[in-house]
Design a protein around this ligand. Sequence first.
Ligand code: CP
Length: 335
Amino acid sequence: MKDFNDLADFSNDEIAVLLELAGRLDAHPEPVALRGKVLSLLFLSPSLRTLASFQAAMTRLGGGSFVISPEMSIHGLEARPGIVMDGAAAEHIREAIPVIASYGDAIGIRAFAERKNLEHDLAETEFSAMTDLIDTPYINMESAMGHPCQNLADWKTLDDFDIPANNGKFVLSWAYHPKALPLAVPSSTLFMAAKRGMDVTVLRPEGFQLPAPVMQKAIFAAEESGGSVRETNDRTEAMEGAHVIYAKSWSSTAHYGDKLGDQKLRENLIDWRVDDPWFDNARDDCRFMHCLPVRRGVVVSEPVLDGPRSIVIPEARNRMLAQMAVLHQMLGGAS
Ligand code: CP
């Protein structure tokens, strides 16, 4: 494996091999597999799980890692292209990224979307500009439109909980959040579930449709895998017979980059909080997933989040296992 940027770069058989490796590394640890290997981690956006799970993954495989983020850099890191650097920041990522990459055998980069212009974010303009600066293998730790590490862990979680691929009903639901959040998780989660062969329903209020290219990419994947993709704003219809609901908030695409327009639309949608009545016509064993972090009582009610439907903790642990498999393949792990 050269890079890990998008599940679309892998066949379903290759994903199955990665997930089998993840399970094997959990059951049979390989504490020296990556001895002497170093993973550079650049966080231009905040994190708990991604930061901790990559460091834990490298340590469990016998390698090491280091983290750089703008908050910890004494120089201050500038990311804007074409900027005259006469402000606080004394170092630009154009120098910082190749330098950081040169200290490791692979680099993970996290850089959320700018969320000013949808076409710009859909094109992954910033992320591509960064990865163009390096020759070492890289891992997308969440870019404007993608979160492949989360997607791989979620695929494993669906397998672990025996949620069927073909004929499995996956509801990706928008949920209320006070802020406009990126499209990376919902877009790439939709693709993951479609590629897995599931019947996917995107449940969202008006104004929060996922972008047409995102929907189209998922529809193509579903056609190949025997799944399906549709969207609705009707909760009862969406949840009928659902095996799993994956909740996530995202920005209004009707008001992308327009903070006030987005705010005005979402302030009437506070009742889009996943709660017990949502499951009335779902399967009895319908699961609740969320990538975390999640706002209790805002995105989801406490009884759902703390109840037996919720699989958010094993889902988060699978981040570490899935990434161990990626690192093992990428860095040539030897048992
Ligand atoms: N799910 C996820 O990526 O979590 P963090 O933002 O905490 O890394």
